[in-house]
Write a protein that binds this ligand. Sequence first.
Ligand code: HEM
Length: 608
Amino acid sequence: MSFTLVLKSQATNNQHNKADKKQTQPRPCSLCTTVSVCCVCCVCCVCCVHTKDIQKPTKQHFPSSCLLSTTKTIPFIMDALFSSLSFLFLLFLLKLTVLLWWRPRKIQGHFSKQGIRGPPYRFFIGNVKELVAMMLKASSKPMPFSHNILPRVLSFYHHWKKIYGATFLVWFGPTVRLTVSDPDLIREIFTSKSEFYEKNEAPPLVKQLEGDGLLSLKGEKWAHHRRIISPTFHMENLKLLIPVMATSVVEMLEKWSAMGEKGEVEIEVSEWFQRLTEDVITRTAFGSSYEDGKAIFRLQGQQMDLAADAFQKVFIPGYRFVPTRRNIKSWKLEKEIKKSLVKLIERRRENSEKVVEKGAKDLLGLMIEASNTNSTNVTVDDIVEECKSFFFAGKQTTSNLLTWTTILLAMHPQWQVRAREEVLKMCGSRDLPTKDHVAKLRTVSMIVNESLRLYPPTIATIRRAKTDVELGGYKIPRGTELLVPILAVHHDQAIWGNDANEFNPGRFSQGVARAANHPLAFIPFGVGVRTCIGQNLAVLQTKLALAIILQRFSFRLAPSYQHAPTVLMLLYPQYGAPIIFQRFSTPPPPQPSSSSPPPPPTLLNATV
Ligand code: HEM
């Protein structure tokens, strides 16, 4: 960078003129001849960029009135500044080269020496271009009514596994991921050597969605929050919620009945199930403050919609800080959520001093209790973030499970019949199922597990090596991310047998641990210390809702249903889930037994 020196001969500045005479007079800038100030401490140098006469300034070029000219160091400052900038720029370039070129090559070499290969790294974008093209092609049209969904949902994994084997390297930009689907290695990562791994950092937009709560916290803070929140999800506590959960389901079904003609109605179930699970999550999170909680979750829902909208657009780093209309709206919502929560917390604090609350423990109550204790420092922000995490983690996962299970029962009427038989036998045709009933619904449990196996709402999870570590004999460098494709593990014929892609709930008849040839082959809720905290709630809610639906309706796929499982963070039906429900006007008649043998009496309830 150079400066054009412009000195003006002006009577008002004699000292300036004296200095000028000793110098070769630089030509004034044609654009700023009228400006009579020193070029270093004014804007005229900017103007002078327009001249062709570019010179480097020396001390004499500055008027002595100029504060800066009194020091001899100006040229050195300029030099140092230019050199520093150049140096920083070079450093930046060097860092980029290391990050985007040298390091990926080194990592590729490191793994290839150990026999691990993968699609070659491309500068900056890694394998993202091929990966996105494969995923887009796979999801461009629906698939036949088959449960072999891996090629459609995780097309890149399916494709590259055939070429490079199950453990291969894939590049998400300059971030390397090693795919791991061997249950023995999964055990090492999540249980026996879990101290060497941590959750990976979610991308900023996902983080915005999931909040800074249990899902993403690490270390001591995570352990502390998990301890505080856990009692919400203890089975004994959740059972207290069964009557309200059942009432929500019945209300939903009454609406369906009112919508139908001749007892038949077509329902897009995924939307309804989302509303239902939202209701239950609200009760679990806010308990007695249900109505206030509902308003807060409504705001959070709006915020999630904004973030989900951004998630589907091209990602521009830092864009979320730009005051666009969407961002401003999101910031306002954030403020409003916090304000409402603060009010709610104050009200709850006041009430808890007056009355001892009865009923199920809720997230809010437990967090407020913890924040009252001096030894812990749970803040309002912590509570806000945990609410976000709850809402994000619990709402769509459970509604997706309910949706897929309903689709599966509509596709496999013989299992629908068996499940209904069990429900009618255990709970009668109209009585609301109680906690004891739900615990005895073994066929329904098997069906829910088979649904979680074939259509796990969370199709993959990731861990990051905190340090250089050995995994099943492979040397994994620090920072490597390990991608565990839950969906692929669940569909692996080597683990589940030749019928891995068939819907066969009977495989769970001896319990989860014996359903496959490896106890860690079934991992819809993750494994190890960071296993899903809400799994009891999700399964309980799903079983309860199914039982009440089976009591009152038979159902089949609508002609408009298109089978198209796809993934946008979670596994969902791309074209929705239209199902036709036929209401039983009188209690359903006893059904003929299906061809499959009844489950043995020693059935273990898998998850609840
Ligand atoms: C069918 C329903 C659900 C599925 C399939 C599911 C799946 C999962 C999975 C796979 C993980 C582990 C992620 C990992 O290890 O990287 C997880 C964690 C978690 N889930 Fe769920 N989840 C479900 C329902 C729920 C519900 C209802 C809630 C809460 C209301 C919930 C809250 C959480 C939280 C807070 C974590 C993080 C736990 C921690 O790291 O300590 N989930 N879930």
